[in-house]
Design a protein around this ligand. Sequence first.
Ligand code: SF4
Length: 359
Amino acid sequence: MQNLLDFEPAAMTAWFAEHGEKPFRARQVLRWIYKGGESDFDAMSDLAISLREKLKLIACIQSPKVMREETASDGTRKWLLDVGTGNAVETVFIPEEGRGTLCVSTQAGCALDCAFCSTGKQGFNRNLSTAEIIGQVWWANRELGKDADGNWPVTNVVLMGMGEPLLNFDNTVNALRLMLDDNAYGLSRRRVTVSTSGVVPAMDRLRDECPVALAISLHAPNDALRNVLVPINQKYPLQELMAACQRYLEKAPRDFVTFEYVMLAGVNDSVQHARELIELVRDVPCKFNLIPFNPFPQAPYQRSDMPTVLRFRDVLMQAGIVTTIRKVRGDDIAAACGQLAGQVQDKTKRTHRLMEVSQ
Ligand code: SF4
């Protein structure tokens, strides 16, 4: 059975051609799946009955199954999705005035082992397929339902869930194309954000193949600290990363990069760190998003207090850098990336090793 969620638009057209069908049939089916949220071929009323019968025999439309669902008091929804062989990934929907943002995962676990991250603690299991990535958007839209005007609730997508999207490049780009395609979700590229820890060569490829909005998990103003917090920095240090950000923006001069910066008490949150950052990003049109650290069991860090975060923000703002502080959402359901899946498994057993070291 071919899962049609695995096809980006051009691949869908090619598959239909292989089965003797015209390209417009692929577009019709895309529209049914993504604009209509339909999974039943019998309901696709503008397809010939013979084609519907054929599709029923050789194809399906299937997103990952939900293992667990939670709703926070602030309306944040979180789903834990079963992606087989004991692996689970998370999808989080954040409703806000006038928009709904879905935070999507791209890998089961993550190999990059950022020091403050609950997902990194679980180790890397595998890349998600295109169907498993776009299936998160498809499933969330269907589950939440259209509004009175017939619009889906997911208006923005951020690839900021579990995993490093640019290390699952092909499937990530396939899913991005479905988010942008007019026959699928038709989102503007500014409403779709890829967040990377800084896989420099893949940033260049993304710019060439599908230049959506870019966010960088920065978290440190110098190589010495970033080497510890975001170990991939040892491979692609900050000057290379900043140059890659500039190249990314070359073709879209009105765009900017969002730097994400998790505030860790006493680690990266001083005024001196903020000043170093201003110097670091001097040539990159950017804004900053300061993220209160979301502690998880055995986390080696603590959240910076609010006066420290505000002081840090003010230093950046005084240098002319737009800086926001991310609202803490879904605190009562462990909404930070990887926390729910982390309750299910810790594949690296790093928690145990850390405990052994500290005893
Ligand atoms: S912060 Fe992102 S890249 Fe780093 S370990 Fe976590 S999921 Fe992976």
